[in-house]
Design a protein around this ligand. Structure first.
Ligand SMILES: *Cc1c(COP(=O)(O)O)cnc(C)c1O
Length: 403
């Protein structure tokens, strides 16, 4: 078997070979792209516009074009990307925002920032994304209780696949709620050939290095087809600077950023990250296809195994941010794989509604599917550069576990 030297740690003291392979091999991707990355970084160092330089607008255009959105607004990270539309819509005290509990904490942490309450909703057992029937029930329960005002839904494209947007968008319309697609893991995914922006008022993503489209640091973006929303979020990401609409009928002789039209924040994507992301976006479609091929090999190799391979929604194309299997002895399987140098991760071991900091927020009717999934899920190494030999080693190791 061939091992990349960078991935093999040799402990000479005890003559032990630690052949732990990477969970996500960002180094392999960098080897493919290094000359273009070096050139793109050098351009930024030469022009020196480190904040809101020309690469930022160029990247926003390319990002919007990639998924058929009219507009993209970059920002500092995927969490701010979720906060920006909520702030732009004046979501705040007394408002309810419905979201899955089976997600990364960022999906829910932005509601309390604005004074709003996350309302946790159960997921579908097959795809782990928001369950439309549970969503409808949760909205009705919150309305019947009469304490919180329903304002928005955040659906999550968990592990890379599209949530059930046709059903979720119909519910959003029926209850007059805004719909955000948290596509931090799923940017680039489609359902029936369409990107989530087809259904959502705003799609958000993260460029955290380990996400399918990752930078070399933090970054995020919001996609929208609504120019007024874009303009308001542009103001919010730059300290609430006056927008052209704010300035209409006024004369202000100075830079718009010195007229504060609202309380905003500082949430910009660095020019260097935009330059890096332009290079990575140029190969992203190819990488999604490579991830799909890796997922197909896993599905084939794990056929008939007690570990349950993941399911993609009918008509969906996943970006495979994670390849997540289920096993009744998840922790035993993880320990077994670890002894063989195969890293795994449990996303997510504690659902949000069971975290202490969210304990006071509603989870109407309980979340049995979420709790069952949290105890069973295990993500295997997944990245576009996972070679067949290494993958066979992982598949054989999973199949060999009989705990
Ligand atoms: C990573 C992630 C985020 C947050 O992105 P950051 O860039 O780390 O702030 C939000 N939602 C989900 C589902 C994520 O996986």
């Amino acid at each position: 078997m061939q091992y990349d030297r960078a991935q093999v740690k040799i402990t000479f003291a005890c003559y032990e070979f630690d052949m732990t392979l990477p969970f996500i091999d960002l180094a392999a991707q960098q080897r493919r792209l290094r000359p273009q990355l070096d050139a793109a970084i050098a351009v930024v160092l030469d022009h020196g516009a480190y904040v809101m330089g020309p690469e930022v607008a160029a990247f926003e255009q390319a990002l919007a074009a990639f998924c058929g959105a009219k507009l993209a607004l970059s920002c500092a990270n995927g969490t701010d990307a979720l906060a920006l539309p909520l702030m732009a819509w004046d979501v705040g005290l007394g408002d309810a925002v419905f979201c899955p509990s089976f997600s990364f904490t960022a999906t829910a942490e932005i509601m309390p920032w604005t004074g709003a309450a996350p309302v946790f909703v159960d997921i579908r057992p097959d795809t782990y994304t928001l369950d439309p029937a549970a969503l409808e029930n949760a909205i009705r329960a919150i309305k019947a209780e009469g304490k919180l005002r329903p304002r928005a839904i955040i659906a999550v494209d968990l592990f890379g696949q599209s949530a059930d947007y046709p059903a979720i968008a119909a519910i959003a319309r029926a209850h007059d709620l805004k719909l955000i697609a948290d596509s931090a893991q799923g940017f680039g995914c489609t359902l029936n050939g369409r990107h989530p922006i087809h259904w959502a008022d705003a799609v958000t993503t993260s460029f955290f290095p380990a996400k399918p489209l990752g930078a070399y640091g933090d970054g995020g973006a919001v996609l929208t087809n609504n120019a007024a929303l874009w303009e308001r979020m542009d103001s919010l990401r730059i300290h609430g600077k006056a927008t052209p609409a704010d300035l209409a009928g006024q004369t202000f002789a100075h830079e718009a950023k010195y007229l504060s039209a609202r309380v905003g924040m500082n949430s910009r994507l660095d020019t260097l990250q935009a330059a890096i992301l332009l290079v990575k976006l140029s190969v992203f479609a190819k990488e999604i296809a490579l991830r799909g091929a890796v997922a197909d090999r896993y599905a084939h190799g794990l056929k008939g195994c007690v570990a349950v391979p993941p399911k993609v929604i009918q008509g969906g194309v996943s970006t495979w941010a994670q390849y997540t299997i289920e096993h009744s002895n998840r922790d035993g399987l993880a320990a077994h794989l670890k002894t063989l140098g195969i890293p795994t991760a449990a996303y997510y071991p504690v659902p949000l509604h069971q975290q202490t900091c969210y304990a006071d927020y509603p989870a109407p009717g309980g979340l049995p599917v979420t709790e069952a999934a949290a105890a069973r899920v295990l993500s295997l190494p997944m990245h576009p550069d996972l070679d067949e030999e290494t993958q066979d080693r992982i598949i054989q190791a999973v199949r060999a576990f009989n705990g």
